[in-house]
Design a protein around this ligand. Structure first.
Ligand SMILES: NC(=O)c1ccc[n+]([C@@H]2O[C@H](COP(=O)([O-])OP(=O)(O)OC[C@H]3O[C@@H](n4cnc5c(N)ncnc54)[C@H](OP(=O)(O)O)[C@@H]3O)[C@@H](O)[C@H]2O)c1
Length: 329
């Protein structure tokens, strides 16, 4: 029996529990080239909210009634494929369900690495590679530069900031509470962190960046982005990674083009899936850093598929630190 969470309705501004429905169904029989995977770990990621909506984006929306999309790790328990055998550990878009019938071309064997397998869904997987592309290839932090990272206690932001620290930059985080900021400084080694809920955060930041911000790694957009844009230095870079603060609405920013021109600012949006061909190369570098304990990782594990919708909403609302995962079996 497959247990799954399906998309029941579309969210308005943000996701709510009634957008999801738990369902049980039989497991379809395997065609040639297909395998049955018993899912073990499910990654919770903000992009799922975008795919729940019908608005145009870089990837098509889910249809109502579809199993909610999500990357997961599992074990092949039945195979009609020459490429996979029973017992193989695999990763792919297995979805919010306990069992997934997958085409052999849409899953990958799990690389045998000396790290916990869950990190393949986080710091050594999509999360870490996103942080790497935005920080190492768009921000390109240099010694003594000042780098700013939003959603600094989150899974992408936390790694992005640590990568900048490793390049010798001064790294300032923005996060949603004093407790998160303490975590960001004590565990992720950022130089400073400010809560965007504090009334004076912009004044404090202004004093901390007398020469401006050399790169902004932005995960949130919204009003926080507008405040930071004013503080960019000449020849600075902005990596637009995510817009979690904007929900599903269009948020139009007033950008002062004269300031962009005068300061020669580069703004670059990026999507990690455009860099699939570089996955293994970047992953290897991240694994080395993780094994050398140069990157610190925290995970919040929630038990059981039925709790995935609430855990997903909690993640969007910023209740936890680090990478959010569901243990399925
Ligand atoms: N471009 C790509 O290819 C790519 C790939 C992966 C992820 N992303 C994006 O990267 C961002 C981070 O992803 P993640 O997986 O690491 O998630 P995350 O940062 O671990 O979790 C989401 C966090 O967003 C923050 N947040 C929520 N609402 C906010 C608001 N109104 N204003 C400011 N912060 C808010 C919350 O932290 P606080 O408590 O600090 O508010 C929450 O913990 C997301 O925007 C995601 O869509 C992009």
């Amino acid at each position: 029996m497959n247990q799954k969470i399906i998309l029941q309705s579309r969210p308005n501004q943000t996701a709510s529990l009634d957008n999801f429905r738990y369902q049980e169904s039989g497991i379809e029989s395997l065609q040639d080239g297909q395998v049955l995977v018993l899912n073990r770990w499910l990654s919770l990621d903000p992009y799922v909210r975008g795919r729940m909506s019908e608005r145009k984006s870089y990837a098509p929306p889910m249809a109502l009634g579809d199993v909610v999309i999500g990357e997961a790790i599992g074990e092949v328990i039945s195979s009609n494929s020459h490429l996979f055998k029973t017992g193989d550990q695999v990763i792919g878009m297995l979805g919010w369900q306990t069992h997934a019938v997958m085409n052999e071309s849409s899953i990958k064997p799990i690389a045998s690495l000396a790290i916990p397998e869950t990190w393949l869904l986080g710091a050594a997987g999509m999360t870490g590679i996103t942080a790497w592309i935005g920080m190492m290839e768009i921000c390109e932090p240099k010694n003594h530069e000042t780098i700013l990272v939003t959603s600094a206690a989150g899974s992408v932001g936390g790694i992005a900031g640590q990568l900048a620290k490793l390049q010798g930059a001064k790294v300032i985080g923005i996060a949603g509470s004093e407790a998160k900021c303490k975590y960001v400084m004590d565990h992720l080694n950022f130089d400073q962190c400010l809560s965007y809920h504090a009334a004076d955060w912009q004044d404090v930041l202004k004093m901390s960046v007398p020469n401006g911000i050399n790169c902004l790694f932005d995960n949130v957009g919204g009003n926080v982005f507008d405040c930071l844009l004013e503080k960019m230095s000449p020849f600075s870079r902005i990596a637009i990674c995510g817009l979690i603060a904007e929900g599903l609405a269009d948020h139009f920013h007033q950008i002062n083009l004269r300031a962009l021109l005068a300061n020669r600012i580069l703004i670059q949006g990026f999507i990690v899936s455009d860099h699939i061909s570089r996955w293994r190369e970047i992953q290897n570098q991240l694994v080395d850093l993780l094994l050398d304990k140069k990157i610190h990782v925290d995970e919040k594990i929630t038990e059981g598929l039925k709790n995935a919708p609430q855990a997903f909403i909690n993640m969007l609302e910023g209740r936890y630190f680090g990478k959010q995962l569901i243990r399925l079996s």
